[in-house]
Design a protein around this ligand. Sequence first.
Ligand SMILES: C[S@@+](CC[C@H](N)C(=O)[O-])C[C@H]1O[C@@H](n2cnc3c(N)ncnc32)[C@H](O)[C@@H]1O
Length: 299
Amino acid sequence: MNTLAQTRPTPPRGPAEPVFTDEDFACIARIAQREFGLSLPSAKKDLVQSRLMRRLRALGCADFAAYCARVDGPDGAEERAELVSALTTNVTHFFREAHHFRLLEEICLTPHLPALRAGRRLRLWSAGCSAGPEPYSMAMTVLAALPDAPRLNLRILATDIDPAILDRARSATYGSDEIRAIPEPLRRAHLEPAGPGRHRIVAGTAGRVHFAALNLMADWPLRGPFDAIFCRNVAIYFDKPTQERLWQRLARLLRPGGLLCIGHSERLHGPATGLVTSAGITAYRRDDPAHPLGERTDR
Ligand SMILES: C[S@@+](CC[C@H](N)C(=O)[O-])C[C@H]1O[C@@H](n2cnc3c(N)ncnc32)[C@H](O)[C@@H]1O
């Protein structure tokens, strides 16, 4: 699940809590839509209130109107990052939807092994990477397929809007429960002990992933093309026009034949459908005009 998952219980409201008016909710919904493409239906009002109470307390805001003014003001950029962090969840895990990692191997690696060994560039992007398991799973998949590549030209970009979650991702350290989904041989190859019950991705693997803060709603200072983009469980609560713009922008950054994977409850729609062809469950390949029948080259 992505934003506003229903799994967190709404705590009972204390008597002294400020009132969250319909105008306050409308203000928050407008900022969330404008800045992050988040769609907040009125049914989420109580949930939004409980999520934001912590921010009001942290900032010492007397009421939600003061909070809205702060977050919407010229100095509100930092708090807007906190807002999106409060309104979204970071749920993720290693090798989530394992079939996407199999496709990464089948489409982007196996057919190109000789070229990749010889230094052909391989660019992957985890957009909305949360605490890092997704891009690190990509790194493990590539390194398992090319364990001894002498000139591996691999770069994995991992971006998220939430600076705090990016700090966690950069630490590359996880608890025993979190690493359970990593197959045993990959655990042996890519993890080292990091204190009781803690495990760190080894530097040679973690160093393949470059983390950066990026709001998917803003401009992207990125140059493609990418061989694969995973943007999973991020767009699910964006409104439809925002999703359509996002899918199109992502598809355009793929190299011909490149792979786009989206979340298990997301569906590609809009102009992007004219750029890609289904490659499996919630997976798509950028059409290759030079090889319309599906034959791909190793460019
Ligand atoms: C549920 S996690 C998904 C993590 C991973 N992609 C996966 O499927 O396991 C969603 C992530 O999207 C990020 N996110 C939400 N809105 C975003 C936006 N507008 N730009 C960039 N990241 C965003 C959140 O901070 C969160 O870390």
